[in-house]
Design a protein. Structure first.
Lengths: 331, 369
């Protein structure tokens, strides 16, 4: 076991290196760089970018140096935990770590709560659907599941905002009302957050639930007809114990194996919802940073996401070994 | 007894293909899904003819017009051929918002095979006939209303179906080729090749898809032509679709390659490529079709998302995601509900693909219970 773990961790290092190269290349890929965006932005405001400012920016972000120098600068900073300063207009000059410190907790919070919601709703429904296959409830949830998969979640968010606005005149935008936007944390701000946060939670949880119901139901159906279930039943185990002790345990397989990329997937899926709902999370700044080729900000976010995915995958693989006695790593 | 026997015999003599077809036929939702998709794709192909106007024609003075109501009885209660009333623009007395009211004494009959905007039918024949329309100075029919710069949403929805529906196909085709090739190499040769390719797949899967889609589409120059943008987005979408397929192909090949019939083929002098294509591929072609069917809706949704946030298809390109950009302001949506109509098309398309995929999955394994 320890051997396997060591081997897996050894593989992680070259993989993360390859990922960092890919991410860097992808962001640098479009013609032009942050400076072009900057000059274009100045010109659109009718201003002339002055030479001194341009060369200052160039030196600050090493834009005049060859690509590999910039890569080394970026990745070595990343490894030291120094993510540099953002370039994108709204945050220009702010430390990336500060921006992330402000937004990552909210992002993680929303991702975590909606993930818990997904499991809490989808797992019981999936199990019920499978044990009562072709019942009215099964058909109903199957339909709901399909429907949930078919509606893009950011559009669901818009429809929800519109419905809420139409009925109550209450316009939901962002996680906080204007009054509390820049206020320090307090009970009142928390209450304000709770008043707004249910919309993104609902949207994200619905999307995840639809898929998860299908997975749990499918797995459960596969397991229910296995000989070991028959054996247990023949030996006189009560239906309830039988279900809990064997098939449900196996059914958790896909749930556990998705934990790894749950967080990145949530952040990824959240990008659009967050843009639509104007949330103060990582998603919208990622889009903005990518559009203005802000390597420091976009690269750091993508890299953090990738690290989380890779580590998460490792954890869920280990979780699988613990959960499912049939899985062995002999290598 | 005799009847039972012949039924059992008939089952034994039924070919796999016939069994699959029967299985598929029994899945009612899948049949509905298939039929609806055929209709949708036909609508997309014939959109120039079916739509009364060109998707990018601006009909001056008809901004944000709600859908026309088709009537068959006028205010006097007499039956007529289908018609719409002419409309008149006014202002809301309090909010000064533009509103349109029907002029009940002006009957505009709906005509068929009318002349209108010129187009090339199926890209081949010049024509200016449209299935239906209305005539009269400044009189138009808007089945789905108009957008904020006075373009007919019905015509745009049909035109948008082309890009939205075919981007899934094109993207899946590329993913499919990549997936088969890479998965095939991995599964057939095994060993070091397999190990390297598997690590590579792990790598690609670890990249967060949506952020990378965004990053890559943001790199597409905005001044590219509609066709070039379409192609670029297809490539972006398909770039991350293949690892799933590659895994299916590899898994199947690994389980098949040591079976006797493969060894026999090899001894008989069959080349590697020939063995894969003629002996191995037919054994899991059905699984591939299922995976492909289920991969298409993801690509359609991906295109919608990218276009919606403004980095996918761009005006004058028309796709459902582009059309939905108009819904971004939810307060305006309260007055312009019809702008959500393209969303219904997306939902129906994705649902139908899922139904079809579900039925195909059942049919792919006709011997299961």
């Amino acid at each position: 076991m320890i051997h396997v773990l060591a081997r897996r961790i050894m593989i992680l290092i070259p993989m993360l290196f390859a990922l960092s190269v890919i991410i860097f290349a992808v962001i640098e890929l479009p013609p032009g760089d942050y400076l072009t965006t900057y000059i274009a932005a100045m010109e659109s405001r009718g201003l002339q970018a002055d030479e001194a400012e341009i060369s200052r920016i160039q030196r600050l972000y090493a834009l005049d140096r060859p690509m590999y120098v910039r890569y080394v600068r970026w990745i070595s900073g990343f490894l030291r935990g120094d993510l540099g300063r953002a370039m994108a207009t709204e945050y220009a000059g702010k430390r990336v770590t500060d921006i992330l410190a402000e937004r990552v907790p909210l992002t993680m919070g929303i991702a975590l709560v909606s993930t818990i919601l997904v499991w809490a709703i989808a797992v019981p429904i999936g199990i019920h659907s499978a044990t009562h296959q072709y019942s009215a409830a099964d058909y109903f949830f199957t339909f709901v599941g399909f429907f949930g998969l078919a509606v893009p979640n950011f559009l669901f968010a818009i429809v929800l905002m519109w419905v809420v606005y139409d009925f109550t005149g209450f316009g939901i935008t962002g996680l906080f009302s204007l009054k509390y936007h820049d206020a320090p944390w307090s009970l009142a701000k928390l209450a304000d957050l709770l008043k707004n946060v249910w919309v993104p939670l609902l949207v994200l949880a619905t999307a995840g639930t639809a898929g998860m119901i299908r997975i749990v139901r499918g797995n459960m159906l596969d397991e229910l007809h296995q000989p070991y279930v028959e054996t247990a039943r023949a030996k006189g185990l009560s239906e309830r114990r039988l279900l809990w002790k064997y098939p449900i345990r196996i059914t958790f397989n896909p749930v556990v194996s998705t934990i790894g990329w749950m967080l990145p997937a949530m952040v990824g899926g959240e990008v659009l919802v967050a843009i639509v709902l104007n949330l103060e999370t990582v998603g919208p700044i990622l889009l903005e940073a990518v559009l203005s080729q802000d390597m420091q900000l976009a690269g750091s976010i993508l890299m953090i996401l990738s690290v989380l995915t890779v580590i998460g995958t490792l954890i869920s693989d280990l979780g699988l070994v613990w959960l499912d006695p049939r899985i062995r790593y002999d290598a | 007894m005799a009847q039972n026997l012949s039924a059992a015999k008939a089952y034994e003599y039924t070919s796999v293909n016939q069994l699959m077809w029967r299985r598929f036929h029994k899945h009612r939702l899948a049949r509905i899904g298939g039929a609806v998709l055929i209709v949708l794709y036909a609508l997309a192909l014939l959109s120039d003819y079916l739509a009364p106007y060109d998707a990018n024609t601006r009909l001056k003075g008809f901004r944000d017009v709600p859908p026309s109501r088709i009537r068959v009885r006028d205010t006097n209660g007499t039956w007529q051929r289908p018609f719409i009333y002419g409309i008149e623009r006014g202002r809301h007395p309090e909010t000064f918002r533009e509103i349109y009211t029907e002029v009940t004494d002006e009957i505009v009959p709906i005509e068929f095979f009318v002349r209108g905007d010129p187009y090339k039918f199926m890209g081949l024949v010049d024509s200016d006939r449209h299935l239906f329309g209305v005539s009269g100075e400044n009189r138009y029919i808007f089945l789905f209303g108009t957008d904020s710069i006075s373009r007919d949403l019905f015509s745009r929805t049909l035109k948008g179906a082309r890009i939205s529906l075919f981007i899934g196909f094109a993207g899946v085709l590329i993913s499919f080729l990549l997936g088969c090739l890479i998965g095939g190499l991995s599964g057939y040769f095994g060993g070091v090749v397999d190990e390297v390719i598997q690590r590579f797949i792990d790598l690609v899967i670890s990249i967060p898809t949506l952020p990378l889609w965004i990053t890559l589409s943001a790199a597409i120059p905005t001044d590219w032509s509609v066709e070039a943008t379409f192609l670029a987005i297809t490539v972006v979408l398909s770039l991350f679709g293949w690892p799933g397929l590659a895994r299916v192909v590899r898994g199947k090949l690994l389980s098949l390659r040591d079976l006797d019939f493969v060894t026999a083929a090899k001894i008989g002098g069959s080349s590697d490529l020939n063995t894969i294509l003629t002996h191995l591929l037919p054994n899991f072609a059905s699984y591939l079709i299922v995976s492909v069917t289920l991969a298409i809706p993801g690509m359609i949704l991906g295109e919608t998302a990218l276009s919606f946030i403004g980095i996918g298809m761009q005006d004058p390109g028309v796709s459902w995601g582009v059309l939905l950009q108009e819904t971004r302001n939810f307060a305006a949506l309260a007055h312009h509900t019809w702008k959500l109509i393209p969303l219904l098309f997306i939902i129906v398309t994705v649902l139908m693909f899922n139904f079809l995929g579900d039925g195909l999955r059942d049919a792919a394994d006709p011997y299961s219970l």
